[in-house]
Design a protein around this ligand. Structure first.
Ligand SMILES: Cc1cc2nc3c(=O)[nH]c(=O)nc-3n(C[C@H](O)[C@H](O)[C@H](O)COP(=O)(O)OP(=O)(O)OC[C@H]3O[C@@H](n4cnc5c(N)ncnc54)[C@H](O)[C@@H]3O)c2cc1C
Ligand code: FES
Ligand code: FES
Length: 488
């Protein structure tokens, strides 16, 4: 017997039965089933923010966390155990607008209005995480929302003005009740969620043991693992694909755990970027600066490190950074768990060392030593929400100014995220100075023969890879960031 998907909306527990196909998105469910058409579809690929809704869920401290997500690439069965807020929910029903909406009106922050529900919901999530607005975090919160007619100045102004009456709204008064409701949903969930829907099965195991068992019992090739869905969602909405079975990792507490130990931090595969970001930032601020440029707030609220690693893309942003930091990967399957250095996981273009029936369980990131210096640089055509042309991640351990150990890893330079071993050898034992690193800079040409594509030419990629190493060296020697990071 399966339990249905349950989520909270407007104080009510909503039940989604197996008549909702396993690939039905939250946006489709809202617009086609509930006839709540306030949330819009612009791109159906997580890029424009018109579909933004807010999910509230219980955080590790038992309190509520409000997170903006893209409804167009989130499946409705992923809502299980969460609360959903859409743009229709904000006004109180007696004509009283929410402070976010009122600020949008007062700042003249809408013209055609197509993007407006999405902006309102991104601001609503921000309202619930802040007491007042600051420009940097506000722009970050809105980087996943596009507006083609109003211009962003009035929208940012609304983001500031919404706090004029304070940072409480009517939802604050309802938080205790909502928290209790979500706890009841969590406590009442005992069995694996398994729906046989018209298109196929949606399965949500409750433990890694259940996941391993389920995965091994299904025919490989017609089953998709689903974490945040920021890749998988697009296979459905853009490629029209659907597997026989989807196994969601969203209901497995072990995969959502962050364990901060004295020398290292272990992060479960289903931890979102947003949460991983906070933990890794405590170890390596450079990593946090790069993660801020990965996708948008909505993407980081859904997407996971495990998904980024497992999809094996040569242009995924987290892998080179994690490889430079000597990260250990944990794989798990029915036969048990095994670990390996993350770099050994990538065997060839989108080919990984994962065996049939195995999944990524987590990663362990080491704490830097006192002489460690880390630099991570993302080059893309746009600052926000863009795919890297080159991602360079450097980790050097110095004794005085001499390189004791170097790990240089790049994305976008080969078919897999890869270390620059010739350049590393050319650095070892030499002074980490602008002159001292030139042999390593030259050696990068032996390490990589990058390709030309729409994002960058081969010549650009190699030159950029070399210049980023030079930039890192100057930053380490002067102790000051240069370029875009310095201006942040
Ligand atoms: C608008 C937009 C912007 C983006 N920007 C960036 C960017 O700047 N940089 C970047 O690197 N990526 C970016 N991405 C890609 C995407 O966000 C990442 O690849 C993300 O990390 C995938 O994680 P997920 O949890 O959403 O994975 P999903 O989509 O759920 O899964 C991705 C793949 O991994 C598999 N998988 C997931 N978890 C596991 C596991 N634990 N074990 C084994 N297999 C697993 C799935 O089966 C699937 O094959 C962007 C995507 C979108 C839509
Ligand atoms: S419709 Fe564009 S992000 Fe969802
Ligand atoms: S108001 Fe028209 S797209 Fe933003």
């Amino acid at each position: 017997m399966s339990e249905p998907t349950r989520f909270v909306s407007r104080g009510q527990v909503m039940v989604v039965g197996p008549d909702a196909p396993h690939t039905m998105t939250v946006l489709e469910y809202l617009r086609l089933r509930l006839r709540r058409t306030g949330s819009k579809e612009g791109c159906a690929e997580g890029d424009c923010g018109a579909c933004t809704v807010v999910i509230a869920e219980l955080g590790p401290d038992g309190g509520l966390r409000y997170r903006a997500v893209n409804a167009c690439i989130l499946f409705v069965h992923q809502l299980d155990g969460k609360a959903l807020f859409t743009v229709e929910d904000l006004a109180d029903g007696n004509g009283q607008l929410h402070p976010v909406q009122q600020a949008m009106v007062d700042a003249h922050a809408s013209q055609c209005g197509f993007c407006t529900p999405g902006f309102v919901m991104s601001l609503f999530a921000y309202f619930h995480g802040h007491e007042k607005a600051d420009d940097e975090s506000l722009k970050d919160a809105l980087a996943g929302n596009l507006c083609r007619c109003t211009g962003y100045r009035p929208i940012l102004e609304a983001g500031h003005r919404m706090f004029e009456g304070g940072s409480m709204d009517r939802f604050a008064a309802e938080e205790a009740a909502l928290t209790a409701q979500l706890k009841i949903l969590a406590d009442g969930r005992h069995r694996m969620l398994r729906h046989s829907t018209p298109g196929g099965d949606f399965i949500a195991p409750r433990s890694t043991a259940e996941l391993a068992e389920t995965l091994s019992a299904l025919p490989a090739g017609d089953v998709w693992l689903l974490a945040g869905g920021t890749d998988v969602g697009l296979w459905v909405t853009k490629q029209g694909r659907a597997p026989r079975s989807i196994i969601s990792l969203g209901g497995i507490p072990e995969l959502k755990r962050i364990d901060e130990r004295p020398d290292e931090t272990e992060i479960g595969a289903a931890v979102t970027y947003t949460d991983a970001f906070e933990a890794i930032a405590r170890l390596h601020p450079a990593f946090a600066r790069m993660l801020r440029r990965l996708g948008s707030t909505q993407i980081r609220n859904s997407g996971t490190l495990g998904g980024n690693i497992a999809n094996g893309s040569p242009i995924g942003d987290s892998m080179p950074a994690l490889i430079a930091l000597d990260t250990i990967l944990k794989l798990q399957g029915k036969a048990g768990t095994r670990t390996m250095p993350l770099e050994d996981f990538f065997l060839g273009y989108r080919k990984t060392a994962s065996k049939s029936g195995e999944f990524v369980a987590g990663v362990t990131v080491k704490k830097p030593g006192p002489q460690s210096h880390v630099g991570i640089y993302k080059l893309s055509k746009r600052f926000d929400q863009d795919i890297s042309a080159v991602l360079a991640a450097f980790h050097v351990v110095l004794e005085g100014d001499v390189v004791k150990q170097a790990r240089l890893a790049y994305g976008g330079m080969a078919g897999i995220p890869a270390r620059a071993k010739e350049a590393e050898a050319a650095l070892a034992g030499r002074p980490f100075t602008p002159d001292g690193i030139e042999p390593a800079v030259a050696a990068l040409a032996a390490d990589f023969s990058p390709m030309s594509d729409i994002r960058a030419s081969a010549e650009y990629r190699l030159l950029a890879a070399q210049n980023l190493l030079r930039k890192f060296c100057v930053e380490v020697s002067t102790g000051k960031p240069i370029g875009v990071e310095a201006a942040e």
